[in-house]
Every structure is written in structure tokens, then in C-alpha cells.
Design a protein around this ligand. Structure first.
Ligand code: CP
Length: 340
């Protein structure tokens, strides 16, 4: 299927065989039929676990220093980031490169979208050039799904973060990271706190974690509380300490100033005194609790710098590196053997 095995160890051969078998499995074929990753609402719990299992193989290949591979040789992957990004954009780029694909960065400020070309026409243009995937970040929820009417059946649409609703690969990499500490997330208490109202990370995580049977709590000031998540069984809190009692994982969120309503006034000092996570708060949580944050972090606002850098709790850097393997898994499953 792909070139790797010359002089490789038997351990490496086993890993590659496992990858080959996964990519030819009925689970992979079922995901490939979906063609896109627009929202995790479209993926079952089993399909999510399958993606994670493929990501685990890529992490193992990385440990064996066996990357890059040529699985997606000849494929073209376009990055269309209409909002700023460091982690997601770079890790999709590295993920595609690790799989042997050619990456096209559609630099938005110099692209024809800046001359008024519509998103649909841009997608149709990339499709006509034989692009295999468009990986898009955009401020408007639903914009990626709308591109489906403009592209052929040979192009996959992959969501790299959209509005305040969806960021599926972030939730996948968060789940992947948690599974490095527990065998299953079922029944585990996960507290997501901070600006939940404007957070696509919170919504995508809730969508994923509720499928996996987690006990999900969110804590925010009233004007930043995602009340819409209560209908998904999420327990809401205004008191951060109360939300943290006996929790297994804490997920801090970035304050999303760019998406907040203009008239929303937040007193920074009051926010810090009530919602900034410190080492002291962790006494409420379970021993061994792990702290996640999708990044970028506003240092000393959402969490103290000391806690962010305390590797006995913080797995933020692991989240970043795991993002590469999860995104490799998504690309490999959706684009491998794509007819184009
Ligand atoms: N977590 C996340 O989406 O980070 P970037 O904005 O840097 O991609």
C-alpha cells in the first residue's frame, strides 16, 4: 500500500500491517463514504474510537521514527484559514506532509476571496484543479457544509474550526489525550470552564464526550455560560470550585474576545478572582487530575502561568503533539484510495 518497509524492524512491520488492516476495514470504508468531517454529530462513538485507534498507530510510527510515509503521495490538500491559527493550521500541514501529500496554503489575504470571490466559487476552483481536500477555518457556522454544493464527489471537506459551534479535530485530539491517562472516558467527570458560551471547543467536546458517556460539567460566569448545552445533559455551574469536585479532567478555555458580543463587559480582575484556575483549586479535584487547554492560552487570565507550566497537571503540550496524529488519521481515512 505504501513504501516503508525496506530494512524495517519486525515491530515496525507489525505496526504497518495493523495500519494497513485498519485502513482497509469496514469502519474505514464507512467513514470514507461520509467523505467529509464537518461535525462530530455525523460520527458515531464507534467511528470516533476508530479514528483515535488509527491516530494511536501514527503516534507509534512517529516514536519509531518511521514518518513520513507515502500513503497520500500525489494528493493535494488545501488549507483555507479565514481566521488566525497556529496549532490547527500547522498540525494539519505537518500531518499531510507526514503522509506524503502536497499542501497548498491558500493564503487568504492574497487569494481571490480578497477580490470578492465567493467561498463556493473558491471551492469549485480548487476542485477543478484536482484538490483532494479543503481544510477550512471560518468564523461563520455552516459555511463549510455549504461548499458541498460546489465540489465533486472526489473532494473532502474538513472542518478546522467554525464559528462558535464546531472544532471536531480539537475534540478528537482532546479525547485522544485523555485516553492516554484512562482506559475509558465513560463515567469520568470532566469540567470545562471559562468562556463556554462562545466556544466551539466546548461544543465539539460536549458532542464527543456525551457520546462516550462522560459526566460533563461546565462552569462560567452567567454572561459566558453556554446554557444551550444543558439540553445535552451537561451540568452547569456558576461556582468554579463546586464544578471541580472529584473531577478527573479539567479543560480550561480561552477567553474568545474576538467572538464575544460587543456590549459584553468583563471585569478582568473580577474574572481572575472568580474563574482563574490555580493550584489551590486542584485540591477539589481527584488526585492525578489532568489539565487541558486548547490554546492559545491568555497567560495569567484563564489559568496561572505556574499551573500552565506544571507538567504534573498540564497536558497542553501533549494535546498539541497529539493533534498531528489525530489529523493524520482523519486525512488517511478520508483521502487514502480516494478516486482522483
Ligand atoms: N486550538 C486551536 O484551534 O488553536 P489555533 O487557533 O492556534 O489553531
Amino acid at each position: 500500500m505504501f513504501l516503508l518497509l525496506l530494512n524495517s524492524s519486525s515491530n515496525l512491520k507489525t505496526i504497518v500491517e495493523s495500519l494497513t488492516s485498519k485502513l482497509n476495514s469496514k469502519e474505514a470504508l464507512s467513514l470514507k463514504k461520509k467523505r467529509h468531517l464537518i461535525s462530530l454529530a455525523d460520527y458515531s462513538g464507534e467511528e470516533i474510537d476508530f479514528v483515535v485507534s488509527v491516530a494511536q498507530i501514527f503516534k507509534e510510527l512517529s516514536k519509531q521514527r518511521a514518518l513520513p510515509i507515502d500513503l497520500l503521495k500525489g494528493k493535494h490538500v488545501a488549507l483555507a484559514f479565514f481566521e488566525n491559527s497556529t496549532r490547527t493550521k500547522t498540525s494539519f500541514d505537518i500531518a499531510a506532509t507526514n503522509l506524503g501529500a502536497h499542501v497548498v496554503d491558500l493564503n487568504i489575504s492574497t487569494s481571490s476571496t480578497a477580490k470578492g470571490e465567493s467561498l463556493g466559487d473558491t471551492a469549485s476552483t480548487l476542485d477543478a484543479m484536482g484538490t483532494n481536500a479543503i481544510i477550512q477555518r471560518h468564523s461563520q457556522s455552516g459555511s463549510l457544509a455549504g461548499l458541498n454544493d460546489y465540489v465533486s464527489n472526489s473532494l473532502s471537506l474538513i472542518n478546522a474550526g467554525e464559528g462558535k459551534e464546531t472544532h471536531p479535530t480539537q475534540a478528537l485530539l482532546d479525547y485522544f489525550t485523555m485516553l492516554e491517562y484512562v482506559d475509558s472516558i465513560k463515567g469520568k467527570k470532566i469540567t470545562i470552564f471559562g468562556d463556554t458560551k462562545y466556544s466551539r471547543v466546548a461544543r465539539s467536546n460536549v458532542r464527543l464526550l456525551s457520546k462516550m458517556g462522560a459526566d460533563i460539567h461546565i462552569a462560567s460566569p452567567e454572561n459566558l455560560l453556554a446554557r444551550d448545552l444543558e439540553s445535552l445533559g451537561v451540568k452547569t455551574h456558576l461556582d468554579l470550585n463546586q464544578s471541580l469536585e472529584d473531577c478527573d479532567f479539567i479543560m480550561a478555555l480561552r477567553m474568545q474576545f474576538e467572538r464575544q458580543e460587543k456590549d459584553l463587559s468583563i471585569d478582568r480582575q473580577e474574572y481572575i478572582s472568580r474563574y482563574q484556575l490555580t493550584h489551590e483549586h486542584l485540591k477539589k479535584a481527584k488526585r492525578g487530575v489532568k489539565l487541558l487547554h486548547p490554546g492559545p492560552v491568555n497567560r495569567d487570565l484563564e489559568i496561572t502561568s505556574e499551573l500552565m507550566d506544571d507538567l504534573s497537571y498540564s497536558v497542553i503540550k501533549e494535546q498539541v503533539s497529539n493533534g498531528i496524529f489525530v489529523r493524520m488519521a482523519v486525512l488517511a481515512i478520508l483521502l487514502n484510495d480516494q478516486e482522483r
